[in-house]
Design a protein around this ligand. Sequence first.
Ligand SMILES: Cc1cc2nc3c(=O)[nH]c(=O)nc-3n(C[C@H](O)[C@H](O)[C@H](O)COP(=O)(O)OP(=O)(O)OC[C@H]3O[C@@H](n4cnc5c(N)ncnc54)[C@H](O)[C@@H]3O)c2cc1C
Length: 276
Amino acid sequence: AYKMRAEDSMRETEMIRALGVDIRNGVTIGRDVSLEQLEREYDAIFLGVGLGETDDLNIEADNIRRCADALSFIEKTKTNGFDHVQIGTQVAVIGGGNTAIDVATAARRLGAEVVYMIYRRSREEMSAFDYEYELAKVDGVTFVWQAAPVRVVPDARGRAQGLVCVKTELGPPDSSSRRSFRPIPGSEFTLEVDMVVRALGQKKLAFLQDIPNLKLDGGKVVVNAETMQTANPKYFAGGDCVNGGGEVVDAVAHGKRAARGIHAALAAQQRGVAHA
Ligand SMILES: Cc1cc2nc3c(=O)[nH]c(=O)nc-3n(C[C@H](O)[C@H](O)[C@H](O)COP(=O)(O)OP(=O)(O)OC[C@H]3O[C@@H](n4cnc5c(N)ncnc54)[C@H](O)[C@@H]3O)c2cc1C
């Protein structure tokens, strides 16, 4: 909800509190409260934990300053305010999804003179929505299609001063149903940039593996689509941790479905107790 104004988010939070919901901030499950403790204290548990940090780039970029990940960059624009976010003059954003577009448009609006968006496949395979793509074009983002990053070039002070990329050629669809790609040997080229932001999707949360009997498919929680109940009947789940990354409207719909699922499961349990 980073695109909402803080006061609107707070108003919604108060509305939920007024329904009698006890909201505890700053508590990490698995660190401050164990799963066992949760299971002891609650009859049903809903997992709406989203996704983890930005995926790694797996290229030589370690310890080079002005290499950022998309989520940290966006967090700074939200928490520090636009006036206090460091931005390069020429910025490379790596990725082809809506998050990459958000970073690229924010970078332009923060004052970057040139923003490249580098994507290893073509426009047709890019997962960003059409209207987000149009928005980025209006904001003057330069798209570099069919190119993959190879390494970040540091200057003498350890700051990014270039990004070496290699051109790619596309082949038949791969397991993602999008066309596969492979680097074209000898096609390396260097973009002069002083900031690199990776926006490659997000990791799945590892702590989900600690929940007994929870079924995961590629890190996503498997649920009954009608009730949102997981393979462990005490747990229900929804949102990004189930669909691997969708939109707020999907997470809200999952939450509503799960609320009905939890109500039905607890009501059935109570009926069972009453009949025993
Ligand atoms: C950069 C970016 C831009 C986006 N823009 C849009 C947009 O314009 N429109 C749109 O509809 N969607 C957008 N989305 C997608 C949208 O944010 C998600 O689909 C939605 O927030 C998913 O909701 P969720 O409740 O599943 O997870 P989240 O909103 O991610 O919430 C998960 C919460 O669980 C907490 N959590 C995780 N692990 C633990 C733990 N162990 N203990 C306690 N708490 C934990 C997290 O801190 C977080 O607060 C965007 C996403 C990104 C990354």
